[in-house]
Design a protein around this ligand. Sequence first.
Ligand code: C2E
Ligand code: CA
Ligand code: CA
Length: 585
Amino acid sequence: MTHKEKAFHLLHQQYHCSQALFGAFAEDFGLDLKTALKISTCFGGGMRQGGVCGCITASMLVLGMGFGFYDSQDRELEVYGNKKTDEFIELFMEKMGGCVNCRDILGKDISRPEEMAAIRKEGLILQRCPEAINASIEILETILEEYLKKVKESSIRLEDIPKNHEVRNILKGKNNIPDFRRNVNELLFASSRNIAFIQFDIRKFKIINDIYGEKIGDEILDFIMVQLEECCHKKQYFVNLRSDVFMVVTEYEEEQELLELIKQLNSRINSFKDIKLQLSYGVYTVEDREMEQRQMEDRAAMARKTAKNNILTNIIFYKEQFKLSLYNKKFIEENMQAAITDRQFMMYLQPKYSIAKNEIIGAEALVRWSHPERGMIYPNQFIPIIEENGFIKKVDYYIWAEACRFIKRCEDEGIMTCPVSVNVSRVHLQDNECVQMLSEMIEGNGISKGLLELEITESADDQQISLKALQLKEAGFTLLMDDFGSGYSSLNILLETPFDVIKLDKKFMENMMVSGKGRMILEQVVLMADKLELGLLAEGVETKEQIDLLESIGCDQVQGYYYAKPMPEEEFFALLKKQHVMGAS
Ligand code: C2E
Ligand code: CA
Ligand code: CA
């Protein structure tokens, strides 16, 4: 039966609208109908006062169950849930001609006994209730389907989708999740030893099903259960949570024991026919036994998902940062577009100095994200994420445009203009857009090409760099090799790519300071730059000692906190203006 059929069946049996609606979804959440009807019966209270339609209240409950939000720390799901409940009400109003209250929908005041009696007599089925139920079910189905799709795609919070009906009852009777949880709960309460949750699944299980067929897929799962049974002793509990996801909870003394258990399990599971299975293991070692058991399971799940994306290891132990970094990523992905539209990205400028002249010779444009609620967000927190999804291109275009505007501003004001360098993410090196984009910006602002310099990071793929750098060079731009000395292929890139300036990475500087050998290398780099007729600039210079060393070996250009930190445009503009006035006098 469809949800609508179920709901109408209940309505015919004289249940009220919220019971019919919630009852129709009961099975999806593994609830028996009687419990669902009991839960939803109390929604009549608000309705009888002529308040919000029972279909809305029941739908909120359906969404709550559907999204499975229960962890107060899970801000991500909470925000998503709130958005979807708002969306529900909006769509409901659209379908119901702007009505949300029972009184408006029915056209009768059900807080008055005589009007209520009249409705009862006719039966709800004859009122507008079926229309409200239909509308609600349609919206709910769309929202829940979208959520399921989203969960499948992102593989986040998979464990929270209510799919009891999907869980295969492997080795009948032995795979009982409530029993498993009860046993684990007792263990957590009674054991004085360390306890760990190990969750694992099969990488690309879907593909295995596609290639070998679902029958073999099922056999693999049964085989794993048998291995678990043979491998685990009485006080080690295991369960098949769903599909190909398994959980083992065990006592241990040393973490090494856990690794050995995993190793043993892994080799047993890999003895299934000739099929090579890759498993990902996430381990959560319990610290706080007061924590809810489901939260412990979630942590093991989070570690497992991280292991899935790791090409170097298939075993990952849960760390506190996981939650934070997943949340952070989501936050950035959800807010980055608005940040562009609302101009939350800002250009900061960090001056570059000549040691000998003790004056500003240029600046680097660095992005800052000033979020209305979270405050200042620094590039290292969001650039790696937006480089992964390609959004960095938009941010870079924005900063490039800001830098051009600033150069134009200085020219217009007649103060000494110095070159401003911008960062060119390696994402730009994969297509042809950036050359044209930069040229257009230069022309659009009518500024000289020499004043906008480009920093390309040295750790990018060398062939790609060489090709694109060549094009940029041919287009007339000055190229700075960023972060020199932080990667391994710097020298190769130098040979192949027409850079104009080398920017020594701050790590390079730090290392150089600690030994005599370091100083020698630095001297050689200065000589090399000289021979190759390349400019040289040292980054991250923080101390007088570093300045003295650089000066003594002939490296004059520096950028770093010793002189100035990155600053807002106005501040830098004021500095330049001051220098200009002093130069003129
Ligand atoms: P980067 O290009 O190597 O930029 C230099 C970074 O070093 C800046 O960090 C700067 O604030 C910091 N820094 C400067 N002097 C010192 C110092 O004396 N000591 C220390 N400890 N740090 C110093 P920031 O602004 O946080 O930027 C970090 C990185 O993010 C940049 O490294 C760059 O790779 C990237 N980035 C920043 N803005 C942009 C942008 O607009 N586009 C792109 N694609 N990347 C950007
Ligand atoms: Ca840079
Ligand atoms: Ca750098």
